[in-house]
Design a binder for this molecule. Structure first.
Ligand code: XIL
Length: 479
């Protein structure tokens, strides 16, 4: 059976010199001919969505069930697709025998033998492995995820796993894979430091995967994404986008606005990889909404084909991204956005506002002094006319605080018969006295008739001076 329309993604990826991958669900592969046809026509890289996780592969100690994983690897071979194995060590989907009742040395030998047996079975057939997945958790005291491996072995399990994997198959590429580190920030900083330390100790890590499970209503800007990819690449790592999907249901508003926001999210994630020389590929976490893992959590439509295999606008987003095109930016919707006209058009919800030549930057900056809470900052009201249709926008501002702080931007939204809501559109962290770019993309939609929209930049603790320069809010459009 043929795919619904002429397949275009794989050829575009080839032209861009990038792999284009997808997670593969073995049940769908076996039962759904259109799934198989679309997979083979559009992609040249596959990651078993579940079949090569520890639990499915080795349900009881030393008893392996290769059936499901083998079916995927065989399909890939038959269709000239490369395979990425996923994943040896993760906190989910482990077999029940891998538990805290194992001693440290028992757990180590279980890990070692699982990695060796699996990599030997797939030697020459699997191009790369996600050796460790989601080991970082900045909510814990240590910064490491409290999984069974960390609890029993401490952080050394990570280096050991990579060393054992290299020993087992020196030809396979070894990846670290992580969720929620797409933007520069606390979690990606921790992952960056961890990987640079491991590499400095000679641990054999070839690459890093940025999962990129994002949402239309708020996601990293391309500058943020690209800066983040580039710093990991500068460590000598290959980088890839490893599990991209874009939830659209958190964003209220029309189906068209949401579809456009989703398309643009895919476009900028894909383009960020194409524009970064060390980025070797983009893997989507599935391709038809029929089988997305997010259905378990509600009625999400995060992928590039509809449930009956029609191309969505998101498909065109991936295609444009593969051509290296970033979304087009319209005019800045903010008034007096560089403070050339002093405080005109700007207010503060607490404290005092003044405009002067920015110290440490060209042009003017607006500074707010005497703030009485972290939520106090610089405000521009009356943006409803420009924003009433909703849709995707890019936001950016340069910000500086007197004390090392988290910095934020929000839209302040009032709608008919609704409680006013504050919609955070960008967050960053700045060292004291340093200008940083605060940026993000947002899909704006309204839950009811909108009455007013304002923009606020804020964040540092009470009394800390906050300065802002060059504030930009632009609608995003496509070719
Ligand atoms: C998900 C699968 O898609 C689901 O089918 C399964 O029930 C749970 O795991 N990060 C990862 C992936 O690294 O392995 C996860 O996959 C999604 C989040």
């Amino acid at each position: 059976m043929a795919a619904a329309t002429d397949p275009m993604l794989k050829a575009a990826a080839l032209a861009a010199g990038r792999l284009l991958g997808t997670a593969v669900d073995e049940t769908a592969l076996t039962n759904d001919p259109q799934y198989r046809a679309t997979l083979a026509a559009e992609f040249d890289y596959v990651t078993p969505e579940n079949a090569t996780k520890w639990g499915p592969l080795e349900p009881t100690a030393s008893n392996y069930d290769w059936t499901h994983a083998d079916a995927i690897v065989q399909f890939a071979r038959d269709n000239q697709m490369a395979v990425k194995g996923h994943t040896f060590l993760w906190y989910q989907q482990n077999p029940s025998w891998v538990s805290t009742s194992l001693s440290a040395s028992e757990l180590q030998s279980a890990i070692k033998s699982h990695i060796q047996t699996t990599m030997t079975h797939y030697q020459g057939l699997v191009r790369a492995w996600d050796v460790v997945n989601e080991a970082v958790d900045t909510e814990t005291e240590s910064g490491y995820k409290d999984n069974i491996f960390f609890e029993t072995l401490g952080p050394d399990y990570i280096a050991d796993a990579f060393r054992w994997a290299r020993e087992a198959d020196p030809d396979a590429l070894l990846f670290y894979n992580e969720i929620g580190i797409e933007r520069v920030g606390e979690k990606s900083d921790f992952a960056y430091q961890m990987l640079s330390d491991l590499l400095a100790q000679g641990v054999p890590i070839d690459g890093i995967g940025f999962q990129s499970h994002v949402s239309t209503h708020r996601y990293p800007s391309d500058t943020d994404l690209r800066a983040n990819l580039a710093r990991f690449a500068a460590l000598g790592l290959r980088v890839n986008i490893s599990e991209a999907d874009v939830r659209d249901t958190v964003m209220p508003g029309s189906a068209e606005a949401r579809a456009l926001a989703q398309r643009i999210a895919y476009q900028q994630i894909t383009a960020a990889c194409v524009l970064e020389p060390a980025c070797e590929g983009i893997t989507l976490w599935g391709f038809t909404d029929e089988y997305t893992w997010l259905q378990q959590e509600g009625d999400f439509n995060p992928l590039v084909f509809t449930r009956d295999y029609q191309n969505k606008p998101a498909y065109q987003g991936v295609l444009d991204g593969l051509r290296g095109l970033l979304p087009k930016r319209g005019n800045n919707l903010l008034r007096n956005s560089d403070f050339a006209a002093g405080v005109n058009e700007w207010t503060t919800n607490a404290g005092s506002l003044s405009v002067a030549a920015a110290s440490g930057r060209d042009g003017n900056a607006a500074c707010v002094d005497g703030r009485s809470a972290a939520g106090d900052g610089l405000v521009q009201s009356e943006l409803l006319n420009q924003l009433s249709d909703g849709g995707p926008f890019a936001f950016s501002a340069w910000v500086r605080a007197d004390m090392s702080s988290e910095l934020d931007a929000s839209l302040l939204i009032a709608e008919q018969d609704k409680d006013p809501r504050e919609f955070n559109i960008a967050t960053t962290y700045a060292d004291a006295g340093t200008w940083v770019e605060l940026s993000g993309y947002l899909g704006l939609g309204f839950e009811a008739t909108p009455l007013s929209v304002g923009l606020k930049v804020y964040g540092p603790a009470a009394q800390v001076q906050l300065c802002v320069a060059d504030v930009v809010l632009q609608p995003l459009t496509v070719e």
